[in-house]
Write a protein that binds this ligand. Structure first.
Ligand SMILES: [Zn+2]
Length: 277
């Protein structure tokens, strides 16, 4: 089904042992044309060469989708915030371990193999002070590193308040990360009442789409599809973004303006035209 020239999902995961190509085909058949593939943590892998292994697997999955479907794939690589908790008992210096994961991701992005750094940030649940402190140091390091290179950052954090949006915006400013390519993954429609330099990416449920469109036209839609065969109902299905696109087309008179903004202008401003078309 063709809905429009670009229908973009800003946050998907695929697994080697998941539905992978099948999920990508389902997305394509519903009218999806491009998505951002974010690496998943795999804590069954050993700490040695962990990031190299996880990133290579993700890049392989992206290649597979490009080869087997007509879907365009942007790739986001980076240390998942919970890696810190998992690997702290496996490695000598956990902070250095995570920073090495950031460095390797940035290397691959600069070589043109991937497009963005993420999902990095802070655990989404309450942890001890030291974990949050280190997470913030790591984030600052990442922002400084990405600022000169124009690399987008996908943030995974706790649900943000006005204060924490401000805190992260300040952090970015201090790091010289003023590219407008800082994206809050898993933002909520209520976040649109908060003025922030962070771009918001919203889970593509019907309710979220309706509520977000009342407040804004400047956001991403995402599924956060996790491709887990053992938990099929855990998140919304792989074709949710194209399905929401169809809903918008059917229910909004100005659907073309909406499509133009959330599927073309915003994604292209972050990932570039060559990656998405
Ligand atoms: Zn995710």
């Amino acid at each position: 089904m063709e809905l429009w020239d670009i229908i973009f999902d800003n946050h998907m995961h695929l697994r080697e042992d998941g539905y992978n190509i099948e999920a990508a085909r389902q997305f394509e058949h519903s009218g999806g044309t491009a998505f951002n593939l974010v690496n998943l943590p795999n804590h069954e892998l050993p700490a040695a060469d962990y990031y190299e292994n996880v990133y290579r697997k993700t890049l392989k999955l992206a290649e597979m989708v490009r080869r087997e479907t007509g879907v365009k794939v942007a790739v986001t690589l980076g240390p998942y915030p919970l890696d810190y908790l998992h690997f702290s008992s496996h490695v000598g210096n956990i902070k250095e371990f995570i920073l090495s994961g950031i460095d390797r991701a940035v290397d691959l992005i600069l070589k043109g193999e991937a497009d963005a750094l993420g999902e990095i940030g802070r655990p989404h649940f309450v942890t001890d002070e030291k974990t949050v402190e280190d997470a913030n140091d790591i984030l600052e390091y990442a922002m400084e590193k990405c600022s000169d290179q124009d690399i987008p950052i996908i943030l995974h954090t706790e649900d943000l308040t006005g204060d924490s949006y401000k805190e992260l915006g300040e952090m970015a400013r201090k790091a010289g990360f003023d590219t407008g390519k800082l994206i809050k993954h898993h933002a909520h429609p209520k976040d649109f009442s908060i003025d922030s330099i962070l771009l918001k990416s919203v889970l593509a449920t019907r309710k979220n789409v309706r509520e977000s469109l009342i407040m804004s036209r400047g956001f991403f839609l995402e599924t956060d599809y996790v491709d887990d065969r053992s938990k099929p109902g855990k998140v919304i299905p792989a074709d949710s973004v194209p399905k929401r696109a169809l809903m918008i087309k059917n229910q909004y008179d100005d659907w073309e303006d909406i499509f133009e903004s959330i599927f073309r202008d915003i994604p292209v401003s972050v990932f570039g035209e060559d990656t998405l078309f």
